[in-house]
Write a protein that binds this ligand. Structure first.
Ligand code: SAM
Length: 301
């Protein structure tokens, strides 16, 4: 996922923690791996190089625009493209006749390419509609719909739970007051509203947490991650590896708990792997990345 830095980075998404991904996923020639958040294909291409001509990469994304972008790269292995949400991985494997994977990568959240497209509504730095659907064709309420329909209490709960926003009630009240006069439809309108009722502290824009919370709510990101984590043990062979990169503590907590469950996983990362100062300098959007990896010890029946 990408975080908004004070100054926007160039449009193309830079894969985060790439060497740690390759180290923990350890792709070998001829294996079958899945990148379930293929995005712009940066990690996928590096994995494909390790898999070689006899290997297979299952490349998933729920956003058709990102799949099209990833398809512009050259991959030296067989690639099976799939437009799906990653919690549908067991169904995708069944459809493709793949009985078990050697490894799975999930790099959660959104890509810089999505963040920087004003029409997607993810960024408070660009004027655009408050959409925020990861699949822009999905028949689900947009961020603007949530702001228009939810009660003050429901809005405050979303900001508190998914954004850990301490001024959640104050922002929710201001949203409800504002929408009585005019609908809240644009990114900059919402960002201004938040900035007008939350004190600024440090370099992070006060709108950051509200935008994160709405995006998580619109896409049910935590529910989807939970289903995916439950399904993972049916998708890997024994000894297969899972590498997950998360970008906020709510996601990271779910990953940590899933890998600690019973005797199913051998955890390969005692502590989450974080980007070093050089990577953060080169790619400020990597700053909150946390990578956890585990190896499957026993398959789910
Ligand atoms: C951080 S980007 C991945 C970047 C990629 N690793 C690269 O190197 O370019 C996350 C991608 O995951 C996709 N995504 C997020 N949640 C998803 C889900 N539940 N199912 C499938 N794709 C998802 C987004 O559309 C986005 O393209």
């Amino acid at each position: 996922m990408a975080h908004e830095p004070a100054h926007p980075a160039p449009a193309r998404h830079v894969p985060v923690l790439l060497s740690a991904v390759l180290e923990y996923l350890a792709p070998q020639p001829g294996q079958t791996l899945a990148d379930v958040t293929v995005g712009a294909g940066g990690h996928a291409q590096a994995i494909a190089q390790r898999l070689g001509a006899s290997g297979t990469l299952l490349a998933l994304d729920q956003d058709p625009t990102m799949l099209a972008l990833a398809q512009q790269r050259v991959y030296p292995c067989r690639v099976v493209w799939c437009r799906a949400k990653f919690d549908a991985l067991p169904a995708v494997l069944a459809e493709q006749g793949i009985s078990a994977l050697d490894g799975v990568l999930a790099d959660l959240g959104i890509s810089s390419d999505q963040l920087d497209d004003p029409q997607r509504g993810f960024s408070f730095l660009h004027e655009g509609p408050l959409d925020m659907r990861l699949d822009p064709t999905a028949n689900i309420p947009t961020a603007a719909d949530l702001l228009a329909r939810l009660s003050e209490r429901e809005l405050a709960d979303i900001l508190w739970r998914y954004g850990e926003e301490r001024y959640s009630r104050r922002i929710a009240r201001r949203i409800v007051q504002t929408r009585q006069r005019q609908p809240i439809r644009s990114t900059t309108q919402l960002a201004q509203l938040v900035r007008s009722c939350v004190p600024r502290s440090g370099r992070i824009d006060p709108a950051t947490r509200t935008f994160q919370a709405l995006r998580i709510a619109v896409n049910d990101e935590l529910g989807t991650l939970q289903h995916f984590l439950q399904a993972l043990p049916q998708c890997l062979r024994v000894g297969g590896r899972a590498v997950i990169i998360s970008f906020h503590s709510l996601e990271d907590r779910l990953v940590k708990q899933a890998f600690r469950q019973g005797d199913r996983w051998l955890v390969l990362t005692k502590k989450p792997v974080r980007p070093d100062a050089a990577e953060i300098r080169a790619n400020p959007r990597a700053r909150s990345a946390r990578l956890r990896a585990a190896q499957l010890l026993a398959r789910a029946s």
